[in-house]
Design a protein around this ligand. Structure first.
Ligand code: GTP
Ligand code: SPV
Ligand code: MN
Length: 621
């Protein structure tokens, strides 16, 4: 039975049903019994595998089709009336043509199936920041994941009310045919259509589709920002001072890890703590006091499984111990638990790999991804409330969920050139640094891994409009914030000549965070001004009790720190050329003058110092 009288909601559900022709329509009301029944149904059909109830209570494993394991950027479309509005780096399709195409694919595709109607909230229900959506889908996996990742149920419909607005999301699994897979966004109509996939970011329409692509478009028009950012809280030793940091790294470049960081003992002894507000998406607004405030619109974590262990990210691992859905990890049949590469040093004896075949640990080769038991982009969907480090702010009611941001950090995977950390000279220079970001590609999207590509603000795959306008929006926001956060860039991924990571990363990133916050304090620590911005003096990064071996027997020391803090002008001159090429040939137009000015400054700063004129000899004189 329909749970609302809102005509727009009812019309959307009816139109979707008329198209897909399901046998049944079920409204998701948020009742735990309904969710429980759906889990049972999915176990019966084989869509989910129930895991060991004692070791992993209420946890399930799901395997996708092998052709459907990551976001598909080349099948993701921004469908604006004018092609130019989607910009040069989005795939564009004419809205009418897009609907004709997806209608043809989805028509009758839910025959014999059930269509679920999921009312969901991005943000705390009723909060000033929250926005609402309705997703219809024929996948129980989607219902159960949305129920973890967002706030779902009747309370959302109450908020939408009789004639309130919402984002429409239509998802039909169809035959999971990769050649007919389309993820389409209609920002002018608050509409998302997804067909022929059943994987994460392609189908959990509240996440990348709404909370980034559609929301970035809304933010541009309404004066706020939707960003691919984690939000963390630093609790100072006095336990009263709390500072908030937002950080944008591309997919699979360390957001979840930084958001859940456990500081080294040296810092916990002093009394520092890190709390998690969000791990993937931030919505940012200027509030009445003129500061920039952020919320995490999600309700759970869709985290990368491989590499997650007791040491690298205990908070994430602990978050997956109950009420979690695992996607494409390995099944340990000895005790019906899960396993993935990097969970433990010992390989399990009896595993079924992510494709459903018995796995032979003897054939495992770290360097050959095809021998992995878990897919490199296998994921866990875990409730945020499970996370031991979750901040009180995360779920705070009455608008108290928004946190003031002191620092914004950009970062990516760069084997060379980019130092461990540097600070922008001012807001616009920070926007320039974000716009010029490059990072090596990862398994989070279909395609080659390890290729250096431009990924401005980690938003290349997620900006719902023209990238040049997006840069201009950032510049414009800077004029609206009374005390803009300072902007930094970090790189945890510098490697030595043998390809080893030179910086320990993970918990030790606290040392960099501390420096960043010292730069944001009323009495900032000094820094070196370089061609690219402010770089720490090596002595100002606390290396106390650091115990990291870059390679066997080679312990990390201050000289290693110095080497990853160096700014090589020759390399940066090349980088500047590269950025200029990207601006000119890829983004092409609508780049604000402020960013061209920063590029010119960088180019000038990197020019080799003019050689002193050769002394004239007596003869010449
Ligand atoms: P998405 O969920 O795809 O947006 O990814 P994410 O940005 O949240 O990345 P996540 O924290 O899941 O980390 C992805 C990969 O980077 C994992 O394999 C981590 O082990 C690795 N990683 C994270 N932080 C660090 C770090 O500080 N140093 C190194 N060397 N690797 C890291
Ligand atoms: C990412 O790729 O940045 C993710 C995973 O967070 S997905 O939801 O699939 O986009
Ligand atoms: Mn992400």
């Amino acid at each position: 039975m329909a749970l609302t009288k809102n005509k727009k909601v009812l019309d959307f559900v009816q139109e979707s049903a008329d198209l897909a022709q399901p046998d049944k329509i079920v409204w998701i009301d948020g009742n735990p019994d309904q969710i429980k029944a759906l889990k049972e149904e999915a176990v019966k059909s084989g869509e989910l595998i129930k895991l060991n109830e004692n070791l992993l209570p209420d946890c399930y494993l799901h395997r996708t089709k092998v052709n459907d394991v990551a976001r598909v950027e080349d099948r993701t479309f921004i469908c604006t009336t004018n092609k130019e509005d989607a910009g040069p780096i989005n795939y564009w399709m004419d809205p009418r043509q897009a609907k004709e195409l997806s209608n043809e694919i989805a028509r009758g595709s839910m025959k014999g199936r059930t269509m679920y109607v999921i009312p969901y909230s991005m943000g705390v229900v009723g909060s000033d920041f929250a926005k609402y959506g309705i997703e219809v889908t024929d996948s129980i996996y989607v219902v159960l994941n949305m129920n973890i990742m967002t706030r779902v149920g009747k309370s959302v419909l109450n908020q939408i009310g009789k004639d309130g607005d919402f984002i429409k999301g239509f998802h039909a699994k169809c035959n999971v045919d990769a050649d007919k897979r389309y993820i389409m966004h209609f920002p002018e109509e608050n509409l998302i259509i997804s067909v022929n996939s059943a994987y994460g970011g392609n189908v959990l329409l509240g996440k990348k589709c709404f909370a980034l692509r559609i929301a970035s478009y809304l933010g541009k028009n309404e004066g706020w920002m939707a960003e691919h950012m984690l939000i963390l809280e630093v609790v100072f030793p006095d336990k009263k001072t709390k500072k908030y940091v937002a950080a944008a790294f591309p997919s699979a470049c360390g957001k979840t890890n930084l958001a859940m960081l456990i500081p080294p003992k040296h810092y916990t002894d002093m009394g520092y703590e890190i709390k998690t507000v969000g791990d993937d998406i931030a919505w940012l607004r200027v509030d009445k006091d003129g500061s920039l405030y952020a919320v995490n619109p999600e309700n759970g974590f869709f985290g990368v499984a491989p590499g997650t262990n007791e040491h690298s990210n205990k908070n994430a691992l602990d978050s997956t111990k109950r009420g979690t859905i695992f996607t494409n990890v390995a099944l340990n049949t000895d005790d019906m638990t899960v396993w993935w590469e990097g969970m433990s040093k010992e390989l399990p004896d009896h595993c079924i790999d992510w494709t459903g075949k018995p796995w032979d640990p003897a054939k495992f080769d770290k360097k050959d991804k095809s021998t992995c038991a878990a897919h490199p982009n296998s994921r866990f969907t875990a409730p945020a409330s499970n996370c031991p480090s979750i901040s009180d702010k995360f779920d705070a009611p009455n608008g108290l969920d928004a946190v003031p941001i002191s620092a914004i950090i950009f970062g990516g995977r760069r084997a060379s050139t980019t130092p461990l950390v540097y600070e922008a000279r001012d807001w616009n220079h920070g926007v320039f640094i974000g716009s010029a970001m490059s990072s090596e590609t990862t398994a989070a999207a279909a395609g080659a891994v390890g290729v250096l590509r431009h990924d401005p603000m980690a938003m290349k795959p997620f900006t719902g409009y023209h990238m040049g306008d997006y840069f201009a929006h950032w510049v414009d926001m800077g004029t609206k914030i009374k005390n803009p956060p300072k902007i930094f860039n970090v790189n945890w991924f510098r490697t030595d000549k043998d390809g080893n990571f030179m910086w320990p990363g993970f918990g030790d990133n606290m040392r960099v965070l501390e420096w960043i916050l010292k730069r944001c304090s009323d009495t900032p620590v000094e820094a070196e001004e370089t061609a690219i911005g402010y770089v720490p003096k090596a002595e100002d990064i606390d290396l106390s009790d650091m115990d990291y071996e870059i390679t066997a027997g080679k312990k990390f020391g201050i000289n290693d720190l110095k080497s990853i803090l160096t700014v090589d002008k020759e390399k940066w001159a090349k980088e500047a050329e590269e950025i200029e090429g990207y601006y000119n040939n890829t983004i092409k137009d609508r780049i604000p003058q402020e960013l061209w000015d920063c590029l010119n400054t960088l180019k000038n700063n990197c020019k080799p110092a003019a050689k002193p004129a050769p002394k004239k000899t007596d003869k010449e004189a």
